[in-house]
Design a protein around this ligand. Sequence first.
Ligand SMILES: [Zn+2]
Length: 80
Amino acid sequence: MNCADVEILLADYVDGTLRAEERFALEAHLAGCAVCAELARDASAAVAFMELTRRLWPEWEGECELRQMWGPEDFAPPKE
Ligand SMILES: [Zn+2]
């Protein structure tokens, strides 16, 4: 698995819908790739945010928009 594969599978990974062998391969890549590990962290945060939003504002329909935006360029490193 390479970084491009991770990008494709990441949304399903954070949703927990990946098949086991895909998840293992992805996690193996994350363990050795800081860029994708960061991407996965940000994606998990985005999912957590959407979960929260859905709970607070069940009528909010922004999820699809967020998903379409998902890409490496949308995951700028946090400014600290
Ligand atoms: Zn990578």
